[in-house]
Design a binder for this molecule. Structure first.
Ligand code: PA5
Length: 447
């Protein structure tokens, strides 16, 4: 395995026999997932995506990424939820903390800016200012092709492109990632001749990062998507056995289920690298949208350490005892920095002189685990050797398969998201969308 899952800190929370006692349930969940007998089985094609993907389209993605790199200083990636978070997480994870802030001449690939992931007008305004008169392209991503946030953003950035490059020029700078056949974006892409990429039918938004949804922006940002897929492929092979003693992704699913039943109802995904903040956001959608239904499920949250030890740390150590923690710990940082020597020791840091910052970061991690366990918080650790495309692909698959199994273990359909419609219906009513007039009238009387 290319990552290791460490549960040594669970000893005081989970008895030795408990994992084995879940084997029968895990095997049943594995059957539901792999034989397609579980709820939501129309959406399990992500399971074999690393081995079974459209190779021609993959080559087209690489070509499109190269074109964007050659003719654009900025790529505006328009999408929300599953059509946004994976690419954002991967680009931060792979490109270092300040890739987006670099000067164009120093950046190896275009700046990747994200739009359509909120309804903030100020954000769109500021983004347009930031692009300025630089050359840009747009990748609009929406499986349904009708989501309000990206649709509005796309109108705005399409108009900008047309003003700058004319209609034909604009069309050659728009890349549409959407359904094979349905939806307004598909209709428009066909009518206008945008280069299009497909989100496969059997892959839901939150499981789509290894399709064109994630791959095009990630490749445009200069990452090696072959390695990303290779990592996921290795994980697909390593996490295919239902035997809990051999499958650490399934162990993770089982342990969090055991802990959930003991009242640990919130899970914090934690990192010690700021470039993994958005990875936690991706994971939160994966876990929350998959498991939070039928009035149950672990609430997925996150914390960035050591930063949040100075804000959330107090609660985690001594607040309500409903928290469990899963740390994604990087073995070797991409770059390490030595703590400088000083002749005087006015700041009292002499005892750390010559040590590396990562040495201190890792001691902080060890100290936190011990303290939190003593404080009554179960901690699990997913160790990754380093941050690169391969480990990211591997990690993505680890969590995807674990959350799928976890959903079945908790007796829900991990692949639907009926709850996200309620606010949309209300919003359409209040906005006067055709077909929602009656709902709008009813709601207005309640405002
Ligand atoms: O996972 C999901 O289904 C959602 O988060 C969607 O990805 C999100 O709502 C965006 O949907 P779409 O890609 O249809 O625009």
């Amino acid at each position: 395995a290319h990552i290791s899952f460490d549960t040594s800190s669970l000893k005081t929370f989970v008895h030795d026999n408990e994992l084995g006692e879940l084997q029968a349930m895990v095997s049943a969940a594995d059957d539901e997932l792999r034989k397609g007998t579980g709820a939501g089985a129309d959406y399990i094609d992500w399971l074999h995506l690393p081995t079974d993907y459209d190779k021609d389209e993959f080559a087209r993605i690489q070509k499109a990424a190269a074109k964007i790199q050659s003719d654009s200083k900025v790529l505006v990636v328009i999408g929300i939820g599953g059509s946004y978070l994976g690419a954002r997480a991967a680009i931060d994870f792979l490109n270092g903390a300040f890739y987006q802030a670099q000067r164009d001449e120093d950046r190896k690939s275009p700046q990747i800016l994200f739009a359509g992931n909120s309804l903030s007008s100020s954000y769109v305004h500021d983004l347009i200012q930031l692009i300025g008169d630089r050359d840009f392209s747009v990748n609009v991503i929406s499986k349904s092709g009708t989501t309000t946030e990206p649709s509005i953003a796309f109108r705005i950035f399409k108009e900008l492109l047309i003003k700058k490059y004319g209609e034909k020029g604009a069309n050659s700078r728009i890349y549409a990632t959407t359904d094979r056949q349905k939806g307004a974006l598909k209709t428009e892409a066909d009518a206008e001749g945008y280069e299009s990429f497909v989100i496969p039918d059997g892959v839901g938004g939150r499981y789509s990062v290894l399709t064109a949804v994630g791959l095009l922006p990630i490749a445009a940002a200069g990452a090696d998507i072959d390695q990303l897929m290779a990592g996921a492929r290795a994980a697909e092979g390593d996490y295919s056995d239902a035997d809990l003693t051999k499958n650490e992704a399934y162990q993770y699913a089982a342990y969090r289920n055991i802990l959930y039943r003991k009242g640990y109802t919130t899970e914090l995904l934690e990192n010690y690298e700021p470039t993994m903040t958005m990875f936690a956001e991706w994971w939160k959608q994966l876990a929350g949208e998959s498991e939070g239904k039928d009035q149950k499920g672990i609430y997925p949250s996150s914390a960035n350490f050591s930063t949040d030890l100075h804000s959330l740390g107090q609660y985690i150590q001594e607040g309500q005892r409903t928290l469990m923690e899963t740390v994604v710990k990087v073995g070797k940082p991409n770059h390490d920095v030595e703590i400088p020597k000083e002749d005087t020791d006015l700041d009292g840091l002499g005892y750390l002189e010559g040590k590396s910052m990562d040495y201190v970061n890792t001691k902080a991690y060890q100290a936190v685990v011990l303290a939190h366990v003593d404080g009554g918080v179960p901690v699990m650790t997913v160790n990754i050797p380093e941050q690169n495309e391969f480990t990211l692909g591997y990690l993505i698959y680890f969590f995807e398969v674990a959350i799928g199994i976890s959903g079945y273990l908790n007796g829900i359909n991990p692949f639907n998201q009926p709850g996200v419609e309620a606010y949309k219906t209300n919003m359409f009513g209040l906005l006067g969308k055709p077909g929602f007039e009656k709902i709008g009238d009813d709601l207005r009387s309640r405002l």
